[in-house]
Design a protein. Sequence first.
Length: 210
Amino acid sequence: MGRAKLTYHHGDLKGALISVATEMIAAEGQAGFSLRKIAQQVGVSQTALYRHFANKEELFAAIAEQGFLRLSEKSQQAFDNHSDLIERTIEVGMAYLDFAAENPNLYRLMFDSSIADNQRYTALADARRQAFKYSALNSAALRRLRDPDAEPDSLQAESTKILSQALVHGLASLMIEGMIHSRVERKELMRKTLSESLRFPWLTESERQV
């Protein structure tokens, strides 16, 4: 079934282009994506589109930025809703995995290597850092509980952050690419996997409330 054409009249053309392009990515992925299709869908000329995006890569970066902002909102909500450290860490991870499961094509685009240049796409880099902020905060709190007397250097802090990102990103990638085959319900399996990655039975209730 073809997509109904959106007739653009006035207002935020850049926002309309990003919105329609995001819908197209969600439905079809990147393979059949073209600026011509986006311009036609919005009802403007390609010349008008090029006033905002010089090429497809720039539009992809804008779509990815919005994706990371949405992911950040979900992560923050999970973070704010739980005071127990272990539960909070698991729920932030689940928010990430749910986002990937609900938006597989968008998720793939968000990690496309063609838009990974932090210097060129600074807004995208900022949104990416914001999305991972909450898992990084949890990881830092867990690290302090493991060794409260240690003074972590910048290398240790960075490695802890990367480890937390690698876990959820790896699980998300395996999940959306169909590489996890199990009779167990997806959410149940992902929650158990995140829980097993923590394994802090020795924490007291007061220590978990951080």
